[in-house]
Design a protein around this ligand. Sequence first.
Ligand code: G6P
Length: 368
Amino acid sequence: ECAEKAGFETFMLKEIFEQPEAVAETIGDRVRHGRLVLDGIGVDDAVLRDLRRIVILSAGTSYHAAVAGRYAIEEWARVPVEHDIASEWIYRNPVLDAATLVVGISQSGETRDTIEAMKLAREMGAHTVAITNMMGSQITREVDSVLYTRAGLEVSVAASKTFTAQLSLLFLVALKLAQVRETLPQEELRFILDEVYQLPHKLQTFLDGNHPIDEIAQRHFEKPFFLYLGRNIGLPVALEGALKLKEISYIPTEAYSAGEMKHGPIALLDENTPVVVVATDHKRVYDKIVSNIQEVRARGAHVIAIATDGNEDIQHHADDVIYIPRSPAFLQAVLAVVPLQLLAYRIARLRGLNVDQPRNLAKTVTVE
Ligand code: G6P
């Protein structure tokens, strides 16, 4: 088992550090000489052009990938996207028609809720596509076509590299739709594609760098509650960061849309509350996030911001800042989640917990 961990103390840490490779393999030859070659959605371009709606169904961490996917697909390809938790969607008598593409995301391909939802979608006549990391898994037999992430085997119960691989693949799906539907200028499409291609390198740069994650973990590992905030593409990052901490450290967490904080979670804040804020560059929401940080600070809570390299302004607002490499807005999700995975990891280790196999959780949930 030690050999399989390749010198890392746990599978989770190994898998966090494997993210540059997981993303590089997933992009693979789908981006060739600056051109996007994405086969596997399984329908003609004409069908993609006429799509009226996309529904993305999933559970757990894969659900957070779906939330991120919606922002990219709607912005770049201008198709309305609805995402839902598979176990909710299936029991609400969903409305579907043949002009809807239904995407099921499941790392393992074995999550019962997601499989049942995809079966129902197919019965209702929608075209179904699975995004999974496992060849030959159950979900691949229940859908019309399959797109694989190529993250390699993930052993740790808490997902890490499969999440960033899912995000990267969803960005390619969004760009494919934009290409076919001609919703992005050629130069912009090429620019974003090139930036997707650079993600593995930027992930590596972050992982090789020095960041204040250990100090932050030391200061806060005994705190009773953490709040995570984000807006737009920062929201799924906050959701995933909060899930990671909850899963492996057993600290209660809440993740919220930063704009919604004033309608509830603000009541939870005091001098003892660490608040993790995803404050990466996004021209439409950055200023709003800064005012949310000020609201948090005014209640005496401690702000840990995730920001983009070169952003000095944030230092005037946050108590701690962890910087990630610069990248266009949506792609920052792939980079911004890494410090949150590492923060959760360090806190769980300081609490002396079994990170790879947290209590009560299973890697694959094959019951409804
Ligand atoms: C379990 C795992 C999570 C995972 C979720 C969905 O709860 O502990 O890490 O995100 O299942 O799994 P899937 O394989 O469908 O992505």
